[in-house]
Design a protein around this ligand. Structure first.
Ligand SMILES: NC(=O)c1ccc[n+]([C@@H]2O[C@H](COP(=O)([O-])OP(=O)(O)OC[C@H]3O[C@@H](n4cnc5c(N)ncnc54)[C@H](O)[C@@H]3O)[C@@H](O)[C@H]2O)c1
Ligand SMILES: [Zn+2]
Length: 336
């Protein structure tokens, strides 16, 4: 099985892009490994979990909380997990975040790896070492930056992925294209969601390319002093919208990217808002949406990224080139 190793500041991570979960036994010792997954993934792919110790959790963001951490820890103790144990998160971002967090605190830290099963976790959540949980309304309030030992891809798992989760994943892929990769943006313009859902080979290549974009950004700035912030393109406004309206993460950041693009047009002479909007629409994502400006600005004011009365906004100079720009709340209010 082909392996690529990436160095981070105090760990290296093995990526198995063309692996398949059947190869997991070549990476970890079955006796000393516990898989953590959720009911949806388990139900669709039960036979792949055969002969593995498995903890199955309830699915959904509402379970990415301390109570779930406590219950996992109790089960680990019951299963006699010790310092030799490896935890493997097999699931979307909720499962990988929980697994990485529990593995980082159980017995002061044990080995862990990921088998991401959503498009979003393949291209985003499994990469970069951020692991954590939500506290009340505060998303990812508690956590740690610690890299997994390995990431194993198995694209067959995507066969059961619901349509809306494909769209969520594409929102992050379009984000990567906007901030870092103009050529990939053109590829996305040429194709559409249906194209990738039908074509394994092209989807595999696209997933790898995106995993590498995020990996490179994180390698250069693991602790988010500079360039890693660019990954927040569309997310500042997106998070505020997600917090106020019934939107999925992908939908929220899609609207966020639309407004960030038009803000870039006003402040950075960016000329391609229409292309950004068109590509988002092509992948079934919302763009210019009506929302209560005052409500959303209020949420932004309380955002933890706020410094004094300005917000660090990610803008585009052109497709493939993003910059960080502090914008005052007033200025933002005027231009929305
Ligand atoms: N750590 C990071 O750097 C990082 C980055 C981005 C997002 N995240 C986190 O990731 C989470 C979102 O991840 P997500 O979108 O993968 O959500 P998720 O884990 O909730 O998965 C979405 C849904 O798809 C189901 N599912 C997963 N794989 C499936 C499959 N193969 N077939 C059928 N159903 C499947 C899940 O049960 C769930 O219902 C958020 O909590 C977010 O904070 C973390
Ligand atoms: Zn995101």
């Amino acid at each position: 099985m082909q392996k690529k190793t990436f160095r981070f500041s105090n760990a290296s991570v093995d990526y198995y892009f063309a692996g398949g979960i059947s190869h997991l036994k070549e990476i970890v010792d079955n006796k000393n490994t516990i898989l953590i997954t959720d009911e949806n993934v388990f139900a669709h792919h039960q036979k792949r979990f055969k002969n593995w110790n498995t903890i199955v959790l309830k699915p959904g963001e509402e379970y990415k909380v301390q109570a779930t951490v406590d219950s996992i820890i109790e089960q680990l103790i019951e299963m006699e997990a010790d310092r030799k144990t490896t935890l493997v998160g097999v699931g979307g971002g909720v499962i990988t975040d929980l697994t990485g967090y529990v593995a980082s605190v159980y017995m002061r830290g044990i080995r862990f790896g990921f088998v991401p099963t959503t498009l979003l976790s393949l291209v985003d959540a499994s990469i970069g070492g951020k692991n954590g949980i939500d506290v009340g309304v505060y998303k990812n309030m508690v956590g740690i930056i610690r890299q997994p030992s390995f990431i194993l891809h198995d694209l067959v798992l995507l066969n059961s992925l619901p349509e809306n989760e494909w769209r969520n994943g594409f929102a992050e892929i379009i984000k990567h294209a906007c901030i870092k990769d103009a050529a990939m943006f053109r590829e996305l313009e040429k194709n559409d969601l249906n194209f990738y859902q039908k074509r394994k080979k092209e989807t595999g290549a696209l997933i790898q390319r995106n995993a590498l974009i995020k990996t490179k950004v994180v390698q250069q700035d693991e602790f988010e002093q500079g360039d890693r912030k660019l990954l927040n393109f569309g997310h500042t406004l997106g998070h505020a919208l997600e917090n106020q309206y019934e939107l999925s993460h992908g939908e929220a950041i899609s609207i966020g990217m639309t407004y960030a693009a038009s803000l870039s047009q006003q402040l950075k002479k960016f000329k391609q808002t229409e292309r950004v909007v068109n590509v988002l629409e092509k992948y079934g994502l919302p763009t210019f949406a009506q929302f209560d400006k005052d409500k959303v600005i209020n949420v932004l004011k309380m955002d933890k990224k706020k410094t004094k009365d300005s917000i660090n906004f990610i803008l585009l100079e052109r497709i493939g080139k993003a910059v960080i720009q502090p914008i005052s709340i007033d200025q933002l209010y005027q231009s929305l």
